[in-house]
Design a protein around this ligand. Structure first.
Ligand code: GLN
Length: 185
């Protein structure tokens, strides 16, 4: 089975580890640069992107993570993980050529649950949005794979899959299964 890491600094780490195990992967919590070695893929969970970036920077993870992803390591990034991957002013690894607007659904809709179609995953996938970002620009290498009310909440660029929502907080395991399947191939 593929070995999938979960960046274990903050956020839904345990839920992602459990979902990946359900989906048939071996898993590893990643806190140190050396723990990136030997991974077949990595999940960058949600949380708070500023905190994630600060912790990853302090632990010396940002450079090695960028290097690994640029070298082709498949990524599943969710919510704040998407913000981190977008780089730019957020200063993350910058492995996704997109612009994002953080907390884009506003305070009145800071948190909601819905079902949406995700290309490569399936129809009516359960999705929890918590102070979620929206993708406001997708570069030429990127592909929109999910929308809510016309707003882009899922992008794939090469081996990077980035989602605005939290697939790990529902019982619907299709996002993790599709990711593990893609890693296997
Ligand atoms: N609002 C957070 C951010 O922009 C993301 C929230 C989340 O990951 N649930 O970093």
């Amino acid at each position: 089975a593929p070995l999938v890491g979960v960046l274990a600094l903050q956020g839904g780490v345990d839920e992602h580890l459990a979902a990946l195990a359900d989906a048939g992967a071996r898993t590893r919590a990643v806190r140190l640069p050396g723990e990136l070695e030997g991974l077949d893929a990595i999940v960058i969970p949600g949380g708070e992107s500023t905190v994630l970036r600060g912790l990853a920077g302090a632990l010396g993870l940002l450079g090695p993570l960028r290097g690994a992803v640029e070298g082709g390591l498949p990524v599943l990034a969710t919510c704040a993980g998407l913000v981190l991957c977008a780089g730019g002013p957020s200063g993350g690894p910058g492995v996704l050529d997109v612009d994002v607007r953080r907390n884009a659904f506003g305070p009145q809709l800071a948190s909601f649950e819905t079902r949406l179609d995700v290309e490569g995953v399936g129809a009516d996938v359960e999705a929890v949005f918590i102070r979620a970002p929206v993708v406001v620009r997708v570069g030429p290498a990127g592909r929109v794979i999910a929308t809510v009310d016309g707003r882009v909440v899922g992008v794939r660029q090469g081996a990077v899959t980035a989602l605005s929502f939290h697939p790990e907080l529902t019982a619907d395991r299709r996002v993790h299964r599709a990711f593990v399947e893609r890693v296997r191939r």
